[in-house]
Write a protein that binds this ligand. Structure first.
Ligand code: FMN
Length: 419
């Protein structure tokens, strides 16, 4: 995405001069001044990390039209404020699948975020544990689910891609490992029947296994902060697969990943969903659902959560914005499952918009990577801090003081899909 969307700072940038929060250090104040919103983190990350890293996270399918549509549809939602009710309190604690979280948002699964910032998963897992928000470890993360469990603790969820060869032997094994490591929810990604073309990635020559060629070496050398992080954490890799491959060189592990894609593609059938449902002792979420009838089918199979998502515009640019299908899915599912949301979240205001439309929590992907790109490891904590502050400010501004009241916010949603 070039600066085609959100070309102006988001509307929730603080209007009043900043006041120094009690105990805030000079460094913290300077950071708040430089990066009042995710918009500014993205802008700085673009400059601070290698171009291949920025394009790998910021680029979507096609000409980034899906990313632009997610942003435009969220921006178009107007929340009606009510006054005279604010008593200064704001309770954003959220319960999901019987577990308490400190806020109504979490970290979406991201494979290979180490390309953007080496060690990204570890920083995100630690930050989520500190803040007590869900962290979703990915199948194709650069750290194993066991390593991430040690950092995320009881905030860990686990995302599954389809690994079908040998009748799901490895997929089942990975899920059992995630359960043994303590992951609370299993998140099954439905929306990747195949890996589609992302032109900005293609232009940077990003292929797996990831290698530093002459062009990328120059790119890296001109971004010294990234180089330091790379020397500490190494290259992005398929950490969860290494135990499944003899003599696991990067080439052999990448071949393992490709073999799986060749067996029926990446999309789970409903029968397969049921098999994983039966295997997992705990909540199962289907991620990437966009049609209410798919949500209804999931519920009929005993699925506990529906994560409405268009993969952040990374799979097909012509899909609806996921916020635009959220209300119909909430209406279809009712109280039979928990509806979660992602795709396009860049602020606490966006999170409250999703809650007002019936999601129980919203997840973000790219926003966290912009934070890491701009600030290194501390960026993960900082994005959580920004989101918390913006959720709080939006709630008080529209006149609610607890998350459970979000559904009562009156709103206008011009892009909403009717099925
Ligand atoms: C760099 C990157 C890698 C991703 N990898 C995965 C993945 O491995 N599995 C998955 O289900 N979703 C993956 N996603 C999609 C996110 O989970 C999420 O749906 C999306 O980022 C939400 O949109 P947003 O980036 O606008 O917040 C990835 C997203 C990004 C940006």
């Amino acid at each position: 995405m070039d600066d085609r969307t959100r070309v102006v700072p988001p509307s929730n940038a603080p209007a009043a001069p900043m006041t120094r929060p009690a105990g805030a250090s000079a460094k913290a104040m300077s950071r708040r001044r430089r990066f009042p919103t995710v918009y500014y983190l993205r802008r700085y990350a673009r400059w601070r990390i290698p171009r291949f890293g920025f394009d790998a996270t910021d680029g979507g399918a096609g000409t980034d039209g899906g990313i632009a549509r997610n942003a435009a549809s969220l921006d178009a939602i107007e929340l009606m404020p009510r006054y005279g009710v604010d008593d200064g309190s704001c309770h954003m604690e959220t319960e999901l699948f019987g577990r308490r979280y400190s806020a109504p948002f979490g970290v979406a699964p991201m494979g290979m975020p180490g390309i953007v910032w080496p060690g990204a998963e570890k920083y995100l897992a630690q930050a989520a544990q500190r803040a007590r928000v869900p962290y979703t470890a990915g199948t194709v993360a650069s750290s194993t689910v066991e390593e991430l469990a040690a950092l995320a603790g009881d905030m860990l969820w686990f995302q599954l891609y389809r690994i079908a060869h040998e009748d799901h032997r490895y997929g089942f094994d990975l899920v059992k490992r995630a359960q043994a490591a303590g992951a609370h929810a299993l998140v099954i990604t439905m929306d990747v029947p195949l890996r589609t073309k992302r032109p900005r990635e293609v232009r940077r020559g990003l292929v797996l296994p990831f290698r530093l060629d002459a062009r990328t070496v120059i790119d890296v050398l001109s971004h010294p902060a990234w180089l330091v992080a790379y020397r500490e954490h190494g290259l992005a890799r398929f950490a969860n697969y290494t135990g499944y491959v003899d003599n696991p060189t990067p080439e052999r592990v990448a071949a393992f990943s490709q073999r799986s894609d060749q067996v029926g593609g990446g999309s789970f059938s409903w029968d397969e969903v049921k098999r994983y449902r039966d295997l997992w002792r705990g909540p199962v979420v289907l991620k990437g659902i966009m049609h209410p009838q798919d949500a209804a089918k999931a519920v009929s199979l005993g699925i506990d959560g529906i994560q409405v998502s268009n993969h952040g515009g990374r799979q097909v640019e012509g899909l609806p914005a996921s916020i635009d299908v959220l209300p119909a899915i909430v209406a279809e599912v009712g109280d039979k499952a928990t509806v979660l949301f992602d795709s396009g979240v860049r602020s606490g205001l966006d999170i409250v918009r999703a809650l007002a439309l019936g999601a129980k929590a919203a997840f973000a992907g790219k926003a966290f990577l912009y934070g890491l790109g701009a600030l290194g490891g501390e960026g993960a904590d900082y994005v959580i801090e920004l989101f918390r502050e913006e959720v709080r400010d939006t709630m008080r501004q529209v006149g609610i003081n607890s998350i459970t009241q979000a559904r009562s916010i009156e709103l206008r949603h011009p892009g909403a899909w009717r099925f």
